[in-house]
Design a protein around this ligand. Structure first.
Ligand SMILES: [Zn+2]
Length: 267
């Protein structure tokens, strides 16, 4: 977990605490190559150290395959799914007409009639973006997993990074197709590293664990983060509950957070 994740989870925590809500912890681990079980333990440990206690942990996405399969069948029964044999290379080479629909997908297989039970990826017939519901290797697509879980787990509010803003419309489409209400979505600012790229592991010691090992206390870290998020005027030591009043009072910052603003964090 790095600073950006912690900052977004803080905002979700504040949202539930100011609206008398229930904060869920969900391990979104559909990508089995990237998500190792020990990462989930590290996240729980970091959140607990930061004082961001969740009310309920719901099943990890890696345990939800049957629910995703049922949803896929439901969509297929509405003729909203097509099989796609395109490789990444095919898609790069396909020449797209300027006004063609299907988003980033060139539309090659939409009317090809490939069988849905064949060894192909399954895509949604969603004209804005025919995204993958299930990969040819059986892995579930992020959008499907999130929407099915949100519906099953009664999620009413979502607060996530603004990098996922483009997911809102396709997810709303999926919610509607599956006959369930779509949650209200808000977006949190993204964090950037010193090289101008999105904050990530390759920026070195930006993990919550790194700060802990360098002797930072959660209060010192929240002081800095709270100031950057505009939840307090200076960087004085703070706990998440100290930000409740400011969070309830003001609009969420959406502008990206750049290193120059929070120099002590990068020292
Ligand atoms: Zn295709």
């Amino acid at each position: 977990m790095h600073l950006g994740h912690a900052s977004t989870y803080l905002l979700a925590w504040l949202q539930t605490r100011t609206q008398n809500g229930t904060l869920l912890l969900r391990m979104e681990d559909v990508d089995r190559q990237r998500c190792k079980p020990e990462f989930a333990d590290a996240w729980r440990r970091d959140l607990a150290w930061l004082g961001l206690h969740w009310d309920r942990e719901v099943p990890a996405q890696s345990d939800r395959s049957p629910a995703y399969a049922t949803a896929l069948e439901n969509l297929a029964s509405q003729d909203l799914v097509f099989a796609c044999s395109c490789t990444r290379k095919d898609m790069e080479e396909a020449v797209r007409a300027p006004h063609e629909a299907w988003g980033a997908y060139p539309g090659t297989c939409v009317n090809a009639g490939l069988p849905l039970d064949g060894p192909y990826a399954k895509r949604l017939k969603y004209p804005e973006d025919a995204f993958v519901l299930q990969r040819a290797d059986g892995a579930w697509g992020y959008q499907l997993a999130v929407v099915v879980d949100d519906g099953a787990q009664g999620v009413t509010h979502v607060l996530r990074g603004v990098d996922l803003a483009d997911s809102e419309a396709p997810q709303r489409f999926l919610h509607q197709a599956l006959g369930q209400p779509a949650p209200e979505v808000q977006h949190a600012p993204l964090w950037y590293g010193p090289d101008g790229h999105r904050l990530s592991k390759r920026h070195g010691s930006v993990g919550i664990q790194d700060y802990r090992e360098k002797g930072w206390t959660p209060e010192k870290l929240w002081g800095q983060v709270g100031q950057l998020l505009g939840l307090q005027e200076d960087a004085k030591e703070a706990r998440p509950e100290d930000f409740l009043a400011a969070f309830a009072r003001q609009a969420l910052r959406t502008a990206p957070i750049r290193p120059a603003e929070g120099l002590p964090l990068w020292a």
